[in-house]
Design a protein around this ligand. Structure first.
Ligand SMILES: C[S@@+](CC[C@H](N)C(=O)[O-])C[C@H]1O[C@@H](n2cnc3c(N)ncnc32)[C@H](O)[C@@H]1O
Length: 225
């Protein structure tokens, strides 16, 4: 028998979302009061994405956050791309599915699909760096790739940047000093980095270019880490 994938505290999650086309404010606040790892970041990201009126929203790593972004996509009149290695599409309501494009597969599948300027995202949430055996280099490559797939002025949030069990805690303070990024690190829970892409530069350079262009700067050190 085929089994469907499940998330943390799955029964409670299914009971929270049952019968809702989009999650309501009570659910949003209920999740805020809970102790799962993104709980204190969901309202923050909801406000950012709603406040910036993002029309193209991306997330790598399905979970409670996906229900938040589906709601904002609906409210903003935008579209939400949600990518996960496991097929969680069954957890979206019919109304959510109308604004959500679920990509079942690795993040590469999303990166490869963005080819033109009109495909660039306004906002992205990267939450796929907490698994076992994930390397610092993989995280860095994903972040740089994502930067190139975001429009100038767009925002990327990255989860797990303050948790010493995961490789990203090495990166957090370096991001704060990056010349093309406005960065804020929220250090509580597992940590959330909020990065705003300030210039055009990243978009036009490959990863190899990075090492060369920024030999004197932070990216060279990032790559050498
Ligand atoms: C920590 S969970 C996401 C939690 C979620 N954002 C939340 O709100 O609770 C990480 C998810 O990322 C997925 N994942 C890990 N590596 C991935 C990759 N390279 N591409 C796509 N999904 C990935 C895993 O299957 C898992 O479901």
């Amino acid at each position: 028998m085929e089994t469907v994938p499940r998330i943390r505290r799955h029964e409670e999650f299914e009971s929270d979302i049952a019968g809702q086309s989009f999650i309501d404010n009570s659910t949003l606040f209920k999740w805020y009061t809970e102790d799962h790892s993104v709980s204190k970041h969901l309202l923050t990201m909801y406000s950012i994405v709603r406040g910036m009126n993002a029309k193209r929203i991306l997330e790598i790593g399905f979970g409670r956050s996906s229900k938040v972004f589906a709601r904002v996509a609906h409210e903003n009149g935008g579209v939400f791309t949600c990518c996960d290695r496991f097929d969680f599409s069954y957890l979206f309501s019919r109304e959510e599915q109308e604004v959500t494009h679920f990509v079942h597969g690795n993040s590469d599948k999303v990166w490869d699909s963005i080819r033109e300027e009109k495909d660039l995202y306004d906002f992205a949430f990267l939450d796929h760096f907490s698994g076992e055996g994930i390397s610092y280099r993989f995280c860095l490559r994903e972040i740089i790739t994502c930067m190139r797939k975001i429009r100038p002025g767009g925002i990327i949030c990255i989860h797990d940047v303050a948790d010493k069990r995961y490789p990203l805690h090495h990166l957090a303070h370096k991001l704060e000093r990056h010349p093309s990024i406005n960065a804020l690190i929220l250090p509580y829970q597992q940590g959330l980095a909020i990065l705003q892409k300030s210039g055009q530069r990243i978009l036009h350079h490959s990863m190899e270019d990075y090492g060369i262009i920024l030999k004197s700067g932070i990216q060279h050190r990032l790559l050498k880490h």
